[in-house]
Write a protein that binds this ligand. Structure first.
Ligand code: NAP
Ligand code: MG
Length: 487
């Protein structure tokens, strides 16, 4: 494509017809219990909360709220299963269960994708093509390791830790569950997992899948609830390992709570990734990567490329093409197969995105969004780009966790690296350039757990993922992901 193509070229107008995915594949129950010891049970104190669809604010189901007494029952069940069955079973047998779960995830993928999109607000295209297949891939991958742990760590005698308490966020509910549960089980641990308050439903369907796979009772326990339930999981004295994915603030509280105990801890926290575009980058590909980096999953992505660092000499061209591309993003009904950007997950998250964006304007950055009609019900925020951003602006430093991109410019590679590393986080980064040597030079100097070259937000079960600095510690995925679950 020539760089001189007129930007206001009018193309023939074909609009998309609605292409809604059917809800009928999902059998939503009006209420859900806790999944403890292989059974759905009522919570001891009888508490419950509602989960809604953020796209319509429709109540989807009433979900049990676990308190300390319920968490205690779940941990006891996990301990029993650990001692009596799971840690005694051969790796080969454990692997069979994991393969079975992986296959059922594939078989029920459509149902899982629809449920995830209803509960979370993400586009069906993403839950169908990313969340669910990747979750199944994690189970397949770790199923393969279950009987090969000695080969993963030659010369050592790897043993499971015991009961893992796991707390996950709402942005990739089923996928984060897979990241946590698959390696834990492969290594011979049992788990008590708490999904996020706003997105409990796919974890509860996963509980059903554990039953369908004949997983021994107590190996997987799901306790739904809010922050207090998570606190109870983390604080339980019979938990050997705590694995947490979520915000840096809560991660700090958890680190304090387990300090001085024998518990092992891994933390996957926030990020403020730099996506660096050099002047020799293939511009159209880079623009796709920028869009994918920040508007995928409404920007609710810990490794999102939320800071665009673009070389000054190409900044105008990149921005012009970026804005043109943003104008073609389809924002709206997440159940429509043509939707690119779905609903913001909750009213609270929307308030946070609005607040930080308003601060961006107040601090002097220029805000731009393409014209788009947002639905009147539900929680929505248009794809937004801020230019004229300086390093000191809050929108350049704080994680917004929404579809908001901050653009900064640089002149030399050294300046790009300095700006990219000027953040308390260190989870991911992207580099766009035609030259391999420049990519390697830059990647070497970036303090980030993952560096993507001429691509962005590519996740794979075989590749370790995790952060530096305030993005946490420990790695998930790959052979490295086994280490957090072994002695
Ligand atoms: P969050 O508020 O920290 O919540 C994460 C989970 O912890 C939720 O299940 C939450 O329950 C629970 N929780 C809240 N307070 C707790 C406490 N005191 N003790 C134990 N558990 C507690 O984070 P979020 O807003 O859901 O998720 C967004 C954050 O996650 C972002 O910062 C993002 O960058 C990060 N993230 C990181 C990764 C990674 O791999 N590094 C991946 C995805 C997301 P409730 O649902 O009831 O609040
Ligand atoms: Mg919900």
């Amino acid at each position: 494509m020539g760089g001189t193509a007129p930007l206001d070229r009018t193309s023939p107008v074909f609009d998309y017809a609605p292409a809604p995915e059917s809800r009928s594949v999902v059998d939503l129950r009006s209420s859900y219990g806790l999944f403890i010891d292989g059974q759905f049970v009522e919570p001891v104190a009888g508490g419950s909360f509602k989960t809604i669809s953020p796209a319509t604010e429709e109540v989807l189901a009433e979900v049990a709220e676990a308190d300390e007494a319920d968490v205690d029952l779940a941990v006891r069940a996990a301990r029993r299963a650990y001692t009596r069955t799971w840690s005694r079973m051969s790796g080969r047998e454990r692997g069979k269960y994991l393969f079975r779960i992986a296959r059922i995830l594939q078989e029920r993928s459509r149902e899982l994708a629809v449920l995830e999109t209803l509960d979370n607000g993400k586009p069906i295209r993403e839950s169908r093509d990313v969340d669910v297949p990747l979750a199944a891939a994690h189970f397949f991958y770790y199923a393969g390791w279950a009987d090969k742990l000695r080969y993963a760590f030659p010369g050592r005698d790897p043993r499971p830790l015991g009961v893992a308490g796991q707390v996950i966020p709402w942005n990739f509910p089923l996928l984060m569950l897979a990241w946590k549960i698959a390696p834990a089980l492969a290594c011979g641990n049992t788990v008590v997992l708490k999904p996020a308050e706003t997105t409990p439903l796919s974890a509860l369907l996963f509980a059903e899948i554990c039953r369908q796979a004949d997983l021994p009772p107590g190996v997987v326990n799901i306790v739904t609830g809010a922050g207090d339930t998570g606190r109870a999981v983390v604080a339980h004295p019979d938990v050997d390992k705590v694995a947490f994915t979520g915000s840096t603030d809560v991660g700090r509280q958890i680190a304090r709570a387990v300090a001085g105990t024998e518990k092992r801890l891994t933390l996957e926290l926030g990020g403020k990734a730099a996506n660096i575009v050099f002047d020799d980058a293939p511009v159209d590909q880079a623009v796709e990567g920028i869009v994918d980096g920040i508007f995928f999953n409404q920007g609710h992505v810990c490794c999102a490329g939320s800071r665009l660092l673009v070389q000054e000499s190409v900044a105008d061209e990149v921005l012009e093409r970026l804005k043109r591309r943003m104008s073609t993003l389809r924002v709206g009904d997440p159940m429509d197969k043509n939707t690119d950007v779905g609903a913001i997950n909750s009213a609270e998250q929307l308030a946070k995105i609005r607040e930080l964006s308003d601060i961006g304007e107040q601090e002097g950055a220029d805000r731009w969004s393409p014209p788009c009609d947002l639905p009147s019900q539900g929680f929505w925020f248009p794809p937004t780009v801020f230019t004229g951003v300086s390093q000191a602006h809050r929108i350049a430093r704080e994680e917004i966790f929404g579809p908001v991109l901050s653009v900064l410019t640089f002149r030399t590679p050294a300046e790009a690296v300095e700006k990219a590393n000027n953040t308390p986080y260190g989870l991911s980064a992207g580099v766009w350039s035609d030259k391999g040597s420049r990519i390697l030079w830059t990647a070497d100097r970036l303090r980030a757990g993952v560096v993507w070259a001429n691509t962005f937000n590519k996740l794979d079960p075989t590749s370790p993922f995790g952060g530096y600095k305030e993005s946490g510690y420990g790695r998930e995925g790959g052979r490295h992901g086994l280490e957090g679950y072994l002695r």
